[in-house]
Write a protein that binds this ligand. Sequence first.
Ligand code: TMP
Length: 211
Amino acid sequence: MRGKFITIEGTEGVGKTTNIEFIKQWLTNQSIPFVNTREPGGTPLAEEIRQLLLANRDEAVCSTAELLMMFAGRAQHIEQLIEPQLASGHWVLCDRFTDATYAYQGAGRQMGNQLISTLETMVQGEMRPDLTLILDISVEQGLERAGKRSEPDRFELEQTDFFNRVRQAYLAMANNQPQRYKVIDASLPLAEVQQQISDVLEQFMQQQKKA
Ligand code: TMP
């Protein structure tokens, strides 16, 4: 049976890394075979593209170039890793996917959705995640947490307005498609965040059993 494709999204500093570790443990406890990957990145070539995308540079990066690099890496990632893993029955747990492009390039960079939707169809066909967890906290709280980490990358240097547009775009996706997107209140203490995540995963598993 084909594996399930789960993606994790959110703005900066929402705690994706910690909570992905929790989901990995949850899948392991359920004896579900899975791979954990990320975007941009996930294969050697796509990781090189990630470095190009995140590096701080003197030259301004044109939004269209940024968008195309996101999808170039994604095409490689899908063909080399995501599709073969799903086809072999492994679940794929991916730290960000195309929803991040709608949120960051579409809303953050104000490129709109039309071009992204065209590229999505070209690169993915009908393929979409089965479940997307959106970790949500206020932009101020997220940036404060992210600021305590390493040197900011090219995206982390953006202003609050940019991240507010990103956050609102994610919340709008969840509002439009509540079946696939589950919003997790990531401002709560970690144990409560993880309780929400395991509730969502349990519910998803129940739906799979019924299907
Ligand atoms: P990360 O720090 O969560 O690994 O993601 C790297 C950055 O890339 C993050 O600031 C969001 C950004 N990004 C986009 O702008 N568009 C995309 O499609 C993806 C996957 C990530």
